[in-house]
Design a protein around this ligand. Structure first.
Ligand code: B12
Ligand code: SF4
Length: 553
């Protein structure tokens, strides 16, 4: 089908928006209290009480689109419903682009309705994973539904060449960091987000991002080679003053050639950068540890899934050995485990969760096995008649209950096992903040005298940031856990004493003063918000390519 084009081309007035909040509450638009707009509190550290990491991430897909359009545009991120209506009524927008994922479908529907009511002349374009829902056109009243990559589509729609190279925007990866009930300047691993590509060619059957951008063998590459990557990172460093990068690529290490080109340029230009990446075990295996360290890999999101799954990305990998090797070299690991795979039964699932927890990763995400619309797994479950059609799409997010008939585990049991996994991980391994400090210190110990000055400098920097920001937090954690979990408290103490030995007397004295404040704040937070404090992201508005008078509206 021919690509649609707006008659006003680059002169069209464009509003790009994410779905409206509040998010962490139960409402008729599909918000759910267990589905806050946060990564860690939603699906990683949610059972870690006051030690859960709290922060937000903006809508990077919309940012990338906006940055690559010449048309005057407004990006409204995390609006309230009222703020969205206000923007519609004041903006005289020709185009309203709405971004959503599947759980947000009812908000997308409501937003389309609001556009028709308050800005009837606007064309509505809906993009993002929500468009993977079969027969979405019957659920939402949009003029265009964009499945897959959106920059090229929007460029073509607005009369620009879709094949132009991507201009990468500077993106600060997170904001609003809090822990132990207090806002913290800087935040854990403040980083610039870089988006090298979307999709993943490995094509695991459950993987929604892989399926959405073409499936097995396919991905869409924005930064095709090491030089493109290096340039985007250099510019982000210059604009944002950051030397840590969150590589938003589903499997960054898979493309070894590109990664090694980047390493060559980092070395040639003396760049001491830290990289946070997503990577599968078979991709990590393509590198010597020394190469990963030289590349500045300091945090890996690793799919562990299950020791008995047959996913090719694991390829027989001993993930426990791999994780402990990475950690011993100062590479922090966020392990990701699927709960409720097909082979799980009430008899073996506890053992599999124990196995996951035994990895002692710095962070652990647990997700229910979930057939998501648009994936090969969903098609198979549908053809086998095993989808639970009564499940609301707002509940298909992997943290509630199965949306399919499992052969051995009921939906209610699925939630019980999932919650248990998070709790067990916390009980055995302690707060993630402690674990990541531990790994950072381990890396520094190993590499502080390395012959390569780039490596020495990176580890010294990471350790310094950690010590400066979080040594006092260790003091507070040690005491907080003293009664409830003496074993973990003792482990925290060991790391704290080691850090203390390295710190100057003044810094140590400071920490002795700050520690009790943090302890008090953590106890207070746990008392006031036993289920976790509800925090919503603030609305942000970015206008581009307007003349000044209009931009100040
Ligand atoms: C950052 C992130 C978040 C942030 C939210 C950021 C935000 N402002 O919304 C946080 C951490 C809060 C989050 C939360 C959740 N997330 Co999330 N998240 C991501 C992540 C890691 C990156 C998104 C991203 O920026 N990608 C890069 C950009 C460039 O790609 P993109 O967003 O897809 O955008 C492209 C196209 O989709 C398209 N497009 C997008 N929007 C629009 C709009 C228009 C008009 C057009 C034309 C095109 C278009 O063009 C863009 C450029 O090509 C993705 C995984 C991934 N790799 O994408 C998951 C992902 C989007 N999240 C997902 C899920 C399920 C969730 C949660 C439900 C948590 C959970 N249990 O997993 C919650 C929902 C929270 C809520 N209440 O809504 C799923 C969505 C699955 C689906 N099929 O719907 C993903 C794909 C992860 C996964 N593999 O399962 N998430
Ligand atoms: S390796 Fe990871 S990103 Fe790639 S298809 Fe499998 S689950 Fe998706």
């Amino acid at each position: 089908m021919a690509q649609a084009q707006h008659p006003k081309g680059i002169h069209a007035r464009v509003l790009l928006t994410s779905v409206f909040g509040p998010y962490a509450q139960d409402d008729e638009f599909g918000s759910r209290s267990i589905n806050p707009m946060e990564l860690y509190q939603n699906q990683v550290t949610r059972e870690q009480g006051p030690f859960s990491l709290r922060m937000f991430h903006g809508s990077w897909g919309l940012k990338l689109i906006q940055h690559n359009l010449s048309a005057p545009s407004t990006l409204l991120d995390f609006p309230s419903r009222a703020r969205f209506i206000r923007e519609l009524t004041r903006g005289r927008y020709d185009v309203v682009g709405i971004s959503g994922i599947i759980v947000n479908v009812w908000k997308v529907r409501e937003m389309c309705r609001l556009v028709r009511e308050h800005s009837p002349h606007s064309q509505i374009v809906v993009g993002g994973h929500v468009t993977a829902i079969p027969a979405i056109e019957r659920l939402v009243d949009a003029d265009h539904l964009v499945r897959g990559e959106g920059v090229a589509w929007m460029r073509a729609y607005l009369g620009e060449d879709p094949a132009q190279p991507i201009v990468h925007p500077p993106i600060a990866s997170s904001f609003g960091f809090r822990i132990m009930g207090l806002p913290m300047a800087g935040g854990v691993g403040r980083a610039a987000t870089i988006i090298p590509s979307v999709g993943c060619p490995i094509g695991c059957d459950f993987c929604t991002t892989s399926a959405f951008f073409g499936g097995k063998g396919k991905s869409v590459r924005f930064l095709d080679n090491g030089a493109d990557l290096f340039e985007a990172m250099r510019q982000a460093e210059e604009t944002l003053g950051l030397t840590t990068f969150f590589m938003m690529d589903e499997n960054f290490l898979l493309d070894r050639k590109r990664a090694m080109e980047l390493l060559g340029l980092m070395k040639a230009n003396g760049k001491v950068w830290s990289l946070y990446v997503f990577a599968s075990a078979n991709a990590v295996a393509k590198y010597e540890l020394r190469e990963l360290v030289e590349l500045g890999i300091s945090w890996v999101w690793l799919g562990l899934e299950s020791p008995n799954s047959s996913y090719s990305k694991l390829n027989g990998a001993d993930t426990r050995a791999l994780t402990s090797k990475l950690r011993a070299h100062g590479i922090r690991v966020l392990g990701s485990t699927i709960v409720g795979l097909e082979h799980h039964t009430p008899g073996n699932i506890a053992g599999e969760i124990e196995h996951a927890v035994a990895h002692d990763t710095d962070f652990h995400q647990f997700m229910l096995f979930t057939p998501v619309p648009g994936t090969p797994l969903y098609q198979r479950m549908e053809s086998e008649g095993r989808l639970r059609s009564e499940v609301d799409m707002a509940d298909i997010h992997g943290q509630y209950q199965f949306n399919f008939q499992h052969r051995a585990i009921t939906p209610a049991e699925s939630k019980t096992w999932l919650d248990w996994a998070f709790r067990l991980d916390f009980e055995r391994n302690g707060p993630s903040l402690f674990r990541l400090i531990r790994t950072t210190v381990e890396g520094w110990r190993r590499y502080r005298d390395d012959l390569d000055p780039r490596i020495r400098e990176r580890f010294a920097r990471e350790r310094k940031e950690t010590a400066a920001n979080y040594a006092a937090a260790l003091w507070a954690m040690e005491r907080y856990l003293h009664r409830s979990n003496a074993r973990v408290s003792a482990r925290v103490r060991e790391v704290r004493l080691e850090l203390d030995r390295e710190l100057g007397g003044l810094r140590r004295a400071c920490n002795r003063l700050i520690g009790p404040v943090l302890l008090w704040a953590a106890r207070r937070e746990a008392r006031r918000f036993p289920q976790g404090r509800i925090i919503e992201p603030p609305t942000s508005i970015v206008r581009r390519n307007w003349n000044t008078a209009e931009a100040e509206r």
